[in-house]
Design a binder for this molecule. Structure first.
Ligand SMILES: Nc1ncnc2c1ncn2[C@@H]1O[C@H](COP(=O)(O)OP(=O)(O)OP(=O)(O)O)[C@@H](O)[C@H]1O
Ligand SMILES: [Mg+2]
Length: 210
């Protein structure tokens, strides 16, 4: 089954790994049981889960501690596992996690600077494929502004990165920040989260396709 073990990775910080990890996990929770492995020592998802009304209610189990062990154990128990990888400090751990999952999503902000800074992460994917040849990987544009066509520099930088980009990206929306603040996902924001839910579902459909 495709997209069962999904890692959100980018050695560049602040590109949306944790935001995407928790919202994708919430979307997957409607399809089967989900564990969210917090591999970031900053523990963003652990903090979120401590006041999240979601965790008990919708079958998202947040695991902190040894990420590799948590990933292995969660893969035995849960239908889906989503891993929030750490930023730059721990490149080796990101590589080891990539060797264990079936899918990597690399969120990138739509600026050439951010894309260039993601080249090291793309290289980690290629390295991980030596031991995990079936690893599927995409870039995901995050915080896209409405109506802004991608600049020529951006399109060129994307083409140079040598990994496909998911056909649907994520817009910059207050709903993502609001959900995080309220200890929820965009699925629990009702009307306020409708557009965000739609784009998370588009991503899941593409990633879960065999
Ligand atoms: N699509 C979006 N719309 C609006 N705000 C967003 C969006 N994606 C992320 N953010 C905000 O941008 C900031 C960085 O996002 P996030 O913490 O998910 O990134 P990260 O890659 O996990 O960062 P780190 O590398 O520090 O772990 C957060 O304040 C988050 O709320
Ligand atoms: Mg994070």
């Amino acid at each position: 089954m495709s997209g069962r073990l999904i890692a959100l990775a980018n050695l560049k910080g602040g590109c949306g790994k944790s935001t995407l990890a928790l919202n994708l996990a919430a979307g997957l929770a409607r399809r089967g049981s989900v564990a969210l492995v917090d591999a970031d020592p900053q523990g963003a998802l652990r903090h979120w889960s401590e006041w999240s009304p979601l965790v008990g209610e919708s079958e998202i189990t947040v695991l902190s501690g040894d990420p590799l062990q948590n990933l292995r154990e969660a893969a035995q128990i849960h239908r889906y596992v989503v891993v929030d990888c750490p930023p730059s400090l721990d490149m080796d751990l990101t590589g080891e996690l990539m060797a264990q999952v079936d899918t990597v999503l690399i969120p990138v902000l739509p600026s050439p600077l951010d894309l260039w800074a993601s080249a090291g992460t793309v290289e980690s994917v290629h390295n991980a494929r030596r031991i995990n040849p079936g690893l599927r990987a995409w870039l995901v544009l995050n915080q896209v502004e409405p109506s802004s066509a991608l600049s020529r520099a951006m399109t060129q930088a994307l083409a140079n990165l040598d990994l496909p980009t998911l056909s649907n990206g994520i817009r910059r929306r207050a709903a993502y920040r609001l959900a995080m603040l309220e200890g929820k996902s965009v699925y629990q924001l009702n009307a306020r989260g409708r557009e965000a839910v739609r784009e998370i579902e588009w991503i899941l459909e593409e990633v879960l396709r065999p």
